[in-house]
Design a protein around this ligand. Structure first.
Ligand SMILES: [Mg+2]
Length: 160
């Protein structure tokens, strides 16, 4: 059996630093060197990496200083920025996609929460991470705890 497939690596917060407290202007942050080195070492020697980012899927956004005439133009502009960033920091242009397919063997992403294959019950660690993300994004702690901890019976905040 010959190996095939690709690994998706997220851009914002995974390959590049991002400050969610700042106004989003569409620019790409400084590289996260360890992640960049990892991709640089393995792509394409071991496996193909693709930048896996919502930037090329987003509905039309208005960024500080830019006024795009249409969504396709905004996405093309983002693709160009990402490709230039890849060339500068990784040394090659990686494919850029917002789409997963059956050849995707892994996704490295600062926002994703891992779940075991064909699991029967979502691990407590995953539920705790979801709880933390929701509360961090502004959901009320008591509502999140009631629904996740109460209804689902998970010992929130506890050990796995
Ligand atoms: Mg991210």
């Amino acid at each position: 059996m010959s190996a095939s497939g690709w690994i998706g690596v997220d851009l914002d917060g995974t390959l590049a630093r991002v400050d969610y407290g700042k106004v989003y202007d569409g620019s790409i942050g400084e590289p996260i060197q360890d992640m960049v080195d990892f991709v640089r070492l393995l792509n394409p020697r071991l496996v193909e990496f693709r930048v896996f980012t919502a930037r090329v899927a987003s509905p039309l956004q208005r960024w500080e200083g830019y006024d795009f005439p249409c969504e396709a133009y905004a996405i093309r502009y983002q693709r160009m920025l990402i490709e230039a960033w890849c060339l500068e920091h990784i040394g090659c242009v990686l494919p850029v996609t917002a789409t997963k397919d059956h050849q995707c063997v892994a996704i490295i992403d600062d926002r994703a929460i891992s779940a075991p294959h064909n699991f029967e019950r979502l691990p407590v660690r995953a539920v705790n991470l979801i709880q933390g993300r929701l509360v961090g994004a502004g959901w009320a702690m008591d509502r999140v705890s009631d629904l996740l901890g109460g209804q689902w019976g998970y010992p929130l905040g506890g050990e796995e």
